[in-house]
Design a protein around this ligand. Sequence first.
Ligand code: GLN
Length: 542
Amino acid sequence: MTRFIFITGGVVSSLGKGLASASLGALLQGRGFKVRLRKLDPYLNVDPGTMSPSQHGEVYVTEDGAETDLDLGHYERFTGVTTRRSDNVTTGRIYSTVIAAERRGDYLGATVQVIPHVTDKIKEFIQAEPEDADFMICEIGGTVGDIESLPFLEAIRQLGNELGPKRVMFIHLTLVPYISSAGEMKTKPTQHSVKELLSVGIQADLLLCRCDRPVPPPERRKIALFCNVREERVIPAIDVDTIYQVPINCHPEGLDREVCRHFGLDSATEPDVANWRRIIDIIRAPEGAVAIAVVGKYTRLLDSYKSLAEALGHGGIANRVRVELQWIDSEVFEKEDAVDYLEDVHGILVPGGFGERGAQGKIEAARFARERKVPYFGICFGMQMAVIEAARNLAGLPGAGSTEFGPCQDPVVGLLTEWTRGNEVERRGPGSDLGGTMRLGAYPCRLAPGSKIHGIYGKLELSERHRHRYEVNINYLPILEKAGLVFSGMSPEGHLPEIVELPGHPWFIGVQFHPELKSRPFDPHPLFISFIEAAVHQARLV
Ligand code: GLN
C-alpha cells in the first residue's frame, strides 16, 4: 500500500522544500521503507526544458529522457532512487493533456473544468506508477497563496479526503524568522501561512519550521496551539552549512518518527545517519583544497549548475579535499586575458551551455588549459568548444565552428539529424520544435581499450545521460585525430563521438554527456573523482 506525503511551502520561496523532501525520503529509507519522490510544478511551461537556467536553475535530465526540475536531482542524490519522467509534472503538461483529450472528444460533451477535470488529471499523475513504494513523497512547487498552485492544492485536498489520513499526510514548510530589533523569533508568518492552507481545506499535520537558530519551547508551543498541530510535530529546520546535514538534523527532531506515527508505523527501525556523518566529517576537515574554475554563461545563479557543483563536491569528498569553485562568466575572456583569471586554478571545467554568447570565451578557456597543461573537463558544450579550439589551433582549420552559431567554413560541430534510440531511429531538422526534441536521456557508449577514459571507468561500455542537439561532425574525425585528439568513446554504432581526450596532457577530457547527473554523495562519479585527483596533482605543482 502506497502512502502519500504532500509537502507544501509557505511564507516565502527558497526555504528548501526539495531538500526537506529528499531528506525525509532518505530517513524513511533508513527505516526500511521504499520511497518515490515527485514534484508538481505550477508553471505553464510543459517542462522546464525551454526555460533559461538563469531563471529557473538547472534542467535535470532523467534516465528515460525527461527534462525536469532540479529538485529531482536532490531526490536522486539523497535516496539513490532513479527518477523518471513520471516524477515531475507541470500545470502546462496537465492542461495540455486535458485539452488534447477534449479535442479528441474524450469528455463526451461535458463542460471541461478545473474541478473535476484538471484536478482529476493531477490526482492521476500523483498516483501513477507507484509500483512497490511504501511512500510517495510529493513536493508541491511554489508558495501557498499563489494563484497558480490552487488546482494542485485542491487536488491534494481531494485525495486526502478520498484516501483518508491513514494514507495521506500534509507537511508544511514555513519560516520562523528572528527579528533582531525585538530579539525574538516570530511565529506570525507561520500562523498566517497555515491559515492560508486551511482556507483551501488542508490542515497541516506537521510543520517544518525553517529558522536560523533553535526555536525556544514557548514559541514552539505557540505555533502548535495556533496552528492546530501537536507540539512534537512542530519541527525546527535550522540553517545548515552543508546540505548533507539536513537529514542528520531532522532525525533527532523527530521528523521521520512523527511521519511513521501519523501512519501508525511506530515499530519501524531507527535510521542510521552514520554514513551522512562520515561525509560531513570529510567536508568539515579536508586534507587540502583545490581551486576549480567553472567557465560558463549562467554563473550568476548558482542553481543553474546544481548537479555540477554537487558532483565536483563528491569528487572532493572522494579525494578528501575541499573543492573551491570559481564561477567565471566566459564573456570576460573576450575582453580580458584568460591568464589573469586562470593562472592559479588547479582545474578548468567548461559545462553544458547553449548559444553563441560567451562561446569564444569558453574556447579561450579550453586553449589555456591545453597549452598550460591544466586539467580540463569539458561537458557537452564544453567538449564541443574544446574540439573547435583544437580544430582551429592544432588541426589548421581557422574557420572551424558549430552550426549552432550559424553557417561556418568548417562545421566540426553540427546539427544532430538522426540517431537511434533502442531500435527506433529519431530524426530532427533545423525547423523542429525546441521543447523536448534534443537527444535526451541515457544512451550507451563504447570506449577504446587502453584509453584514459577506459582506465577511469574501469569498463568498456557505459551509459550516461544526454541533452544536446549538436554533435562533433564525424567527417572531421580523421583530421582531428591526426592533430592529436583521440575520440576514445563512440556511440555503439560508431556514428556519434561521445568522448574526446588529449594524450600527453595531464588530464584533458571532453564528454558529450552529462556525468554530473549521476554522481551521488555515497557513490561519486568516476570522472569527477579522477578530475579532482588530477587537480590535486596540479595543486602540488603550482
Ligand atoms: N548547445 C549544445 C547542443 O545542443 C550543447 C548542449 C549542452 O551543453 N547541454 O548540442
